[in-house]
Design a protein around this ligand. Structure first.
Ligand code: ZN
Length: 114
């Protein structure tokens, strides 16, 4: 199982604030994906359900610790590196910077499919 723990630099910056230092750390560590993750955080696009984190991009992506439902993660990164959504969800979790929903996302998905 992969483990995409955030590097120290990112953790340190995230403990301070959602600001330039964090942006720099994410960009340095993850390149474009880190930059994207920062914008997800800044725009409040990370949602926490009881079962999963969801990041709202072009679609809603389901993030479960070291897995993401997006194509980038599964095809480009082959699940070996974290995508922008995983980075965003992990950073959001650390900062407690997310919208919390007292529901199960899985229920919501089932409703959508009906
Ligand atoms: Zn993703």
């Amino acid at each position: 199982m992969n483990n995409f723990e955030l590097p120290d630099e990112v953790v340190k910056a995230a403990r301070k604030e959602l600001g330039y230092e964090l942006y720099k750390a994410l960009l340095f560590e993850y390149g474009k994906r880190g930059e994207k993750a920062f914008f997800y955080l800044r725009e409040g696009r990370v949602k926490k359900y009881r079962d999963f984190f969801v990041v709202v991009g072009e679609y809603e992506y389901l993030v479960d610790e070291n897995f993401c439902s997006c194509r980038d993660f599964q095809f480009n990164l082959k699940a070996k590196k974290p995508c922008a959504h995983i980075i965003a969800a992990k950073t959001a979790k650390l900062m407690e910077c997310y919208d919390e929903y007292d529901e199960y996302y899985i229920d919501y998905m089932v409703k959508e499919w009906k």
